[in-house]
Design a binder for this molecule. Structure first.
Ligand SMILES: [Zn+2]
Length: 335
């Protein structure tokens, strides 16, 4: 009994010492503060898979984003990645940046912060160039990081760098070269993302939690579900009451929600090239909306409601969905 007590005391001392030496366990993801509107609400647009120098209807989609952005008085724009086709940026001087971004999204309403994640096509070029603050000095809208948080008070958006999760890019790159600087060693890179995301979501006191990545957890289009995200990312989202998971990668617009999960799985990847002509989904009751063509999405969030709307290349409304939250959820976090 005595020795047990002694060992226990020693263990406690050692654990205390180790804890004092260990790095502080708090969310490591960079957080960007985004002011909401004066009534506390926010609205924003979501676009993905777009950087094609205006071709494949990129310019037409951009024009309609400007129109809807003005109508909604948006706070910011979210990009779900594949920002520059076909192979990302060659360097920070690559004219693709102006030709595919600055010169395309010219509407006054789109002169807001753009929160941007990387896609697999971005990883085929100089990744460091897209992440460089030099781009921000050329166009102050550009806020591109690997994984980060946007804190808009009423809602928090968690951006996740999903490309390094996909085994095939490492095991079977099919002749493509990926810029894995900053990712190796892969295992610890992925583990850090998952730990930081889990901690960030757990610490969040925002009424609405949205996670943004490039690859779909669930999709009926050509790329389908991303099994690595289903096994590694989805459990964290489900454990932390995430409302929306938003991605690009498949060049379509879609909303899936299953009876197994309260999360809405949203694809907004219609920023330019589309019309793959592929659809494979076995549970029609879960498919709330699917559109194979170009377009984008808007999101409006208040204290009690969140609404999303999908638009086509002409700005026509294709699909709407909204949900409400009872005010009594304030009691979840009493003062
Ligand atoms: Zn992609």
């Amino acid at each position: 009994m005595g020795s047990k007590f002694g060992i226990g005391s020693l263990s406690i001392v050692m654990i205390s010492l180790l804890l004092s030496l260990a790095p502080k366990l708090e969310a490591e993801l960079t957080t960007v503060e985004q002011a909401p509107k004066s009534d506390g609400s926010i609205s924003f647009l979501v676009i993905g898979d777009w950087g094609r120098r205006g071709f494949y209807n990129q310019s037409q989609v951009a024009l309609q984003m400007g129109r809807i952005g003005e109508k909604m008085d948006i706070n910011f724009v979210v990009s779900t990645g594949d920002n520059i086709y076909d192979n990302g940026m060659k360097s920070i001087d690559d004219p693709a940046f102006q030709l595919s971004f600055t010169n395309i999204y010219t509407s006054p309403s789109l002169q807001k912060p753009w929160y941007i994640v990387l896609g697999n096509h971005d990883y085929r070029g100089d990744v460091e160039a897209q992440l460089s603050p030099f781009l921000r000095s050329m166009d102050s809208r550009w806020i591109c990081m690997r994984s980060f948080i946007v804190d808009a008070e009423i809602a928090e958006l968690f951006f996740v760098d999903t490309t390094p999760f996909v085994d095939a890019y490492f095991l079977n790159p099919q002749g493509q070269t990926y810029d894995w600087r900053g990712v190796s060693p892969r295992e610890s890179y992925l583990q850090t993302i998952l730990t930081d995301l889990d901690m960030g979501l757990r610490e969040s006191r925002a009424k609405w939690k949205i996670v943004v990545g490039h690859h779909a957890i669930k999709s009926a289009s050509i790329h389908g579900n991303t099994k690595e995200l289903e096994s590694l990312l989805l459990p964290i989202l489900e454990a932390n009451n995430v409302h929306l998971y938003v991605n690009g990668h498949d060049h379509c617009l879609q909303q899936i929600s299953t009876s197994q999960s309260p999360i809405q799985f949203i694809t907004s990847g219609g920023g330019s090239k589309a019309w793959r002509g592929y659809y494979n989904w076995k549970t029609p009751e879960d498919m709330k909306f699917f559109y194979d063509g170009q377009g984008f999405m808007s999101v409006k969030i208040t204290r009690t409601e969140m609404g999303i709307v999908f638009y086509d290349v002409s700005g026509n409304i294709l699909h709407k969905w909204d949900t409400s939250k009872m005010l009594y959820t304030d009691l979840e976090f009493p003062l």
